[in-house]
Design a protein around this ligand. Structure first.
Ligand SMILES: C[S@@+](CC[C@H](N)C(=O)[O-])C[C@H]1O[C@@H](n2cnc3c(N)ncnc32)[C@H](O)[C@@H]1O
Length: 346
């Protein structure tokens, strides 16, 4: 499998999507989106999908219409990108606020259509959402992060080869285990135990892999991962992953509750991976136009690193001694995240 899918050329023209324009339109909005514009989008949506059952179209439009009405930035974005003519854009938008891990599948050109049928091959279609999939920095960064985690996982598994016990990887807020499925990491129950936890009930572990996940050494459990800190399955881990999760967590909870628990769960050579999103136009757009939760994001790569260094310093004085390495999102012209690996200093 190609490890750098979709990322050739690696650096894309960041200015291609005018994120700031849509945010400014919404911020300046004082009344609902003009009825004429709203009606135009609605009529074009129904006309473009006339072959689809009316009740299905109504269901999707019913969820999207209030957002288009209250957010002229979203209406303009939809119009410019022909999202209303796409089979996948509105279903994706609905997932952005219902199931972020499912929405992230769109980074790889996968997602549901208006009939709720799943497609893995959106990129091979003429659908208007295709350029957005290739260029959106959040998708570009997601692909880089998943590849990075797949590489980390491969290296910890290789390092454990020949050891009496198997390598152990714990993925907290695992979503749909994209790093396993899309970047050539080959799980094998003879080499690695993978424990995955996610609170999103719409994730169906049995549908993620072509064979039984347990046969691949993967055990997935629904629930809040913070309830797993005393679970013996998570102890003595070679790698603990929090991918795309930390920006959701209040800093105090992360530093005082989560990092110390992870420190206890790692073995002596274990690696803790997490990442932080950076406050850049694409995420301002995601938060303002695409209904992402409102995160407290650092303003730059340097500020993100300084934030983590401050956490690390404070933890050090309470006996949680981690080293840290930082990798910046390099696929985007303007970095949209930093990836952090920590290891115990013994
Ligand atoms: C942006 S998605 C990333 C998913 C996955 N880690 C990835 O990289 O594709 C964040 C995921 O974290 C999960 N999540 C956030 N907080 C959680 C918690 N406290 N317990 C379990 N899952 C959590 C969400 O349900 C969601 O699936």
């Amino acid at each position: 499998m190609l490890r750098h899918r979709l990322s050739d050329p690696i650096k894309r023209d960041y200015q291609e999507i005018e994120f700031a324009k849509y945010v400014a339109i919404h911020k300046g909005q004082t009344e609902p989106t003009d009825p004429d514009f709203f009606t135009k989008l609605k009529e074009e949506y129904y006309a473009a999908h006339s072959s689809i059952e009316q009740s299905k179209l109504n269901k999707v439009w019913g969820l999207i219409a209030p957002k288009i009405s209250e957010n002229r930035g979203l209406a303009e974005f939809t119009n410019d990108y022909q999202g209303h003519l796409s089979d996948y854009f509105f279903p994706w938008l609905i997932n952005v606020f219902r199931s972020p891990a499912t929405a992230l599948e769109m980074s790889y050109g996968a997602g549901p259509d208006l009939n709720e049928d799943w497609h893995d091959d959106i990129l091979s279609t003429e659908d208007p959402i295709v350029p957005f999939i290739k260029d959106d920095p959040a998708f570009v960064y997601n692909r880089e992060r998943q590849l990075y985690v797949a590489d980390l996982a491969s290296s910890v598994v290789d390092l454990a080869a020949g050891r009496e016990d198997l390598a152990k990887i714990v993925d907290f807020g695992s979503g749909r285990l994209t790093w396993i499925r899309n970047h050539g990491f080959i799980p094998s129950k003879d080499r690695v135990e993978i424990y995955a936890f996610d609170q999103d009930p719409s994730i169906k572990p049995d549908q993620l892999f072509s064979s039984d996940p347990e046969e691949l050494g993967i055990r997935f459990k629904h629930g809040n991962f913070t309830a797993q800190f005393n679970n013996p399955d998570c102890r003595n881990a070679d790698l603990i992953i929090l991918g795309g999760v930390v920006s959701y967590i209040p800093a105090a909870k992360f530093i005082d509750g989560i990092v110390p628990a992870i420190y206890q769960l790692l073995n002596d050579v274990g690696v803790f991976f997490f990442d932080l999103q950076i406050d850049c136009p694409c995420y301002q757009h995601s938060m303002d136009i695409l209904s992402w939760p409102k995160f407290d994001l650092p303003a730059s790569t340097n500020e993100a690193i300084a934030r983590v260094e401050e956490w690390r310093k404070n933890l050090w004085s309470s006996g949680i001694k981690f080293s840290a390495e930082y990798t910046t999102d390099t696929y985007n012209e303007l970095p949209s995240g930093i990836m952090v690996t920590m290891q115990k200093v013994t």
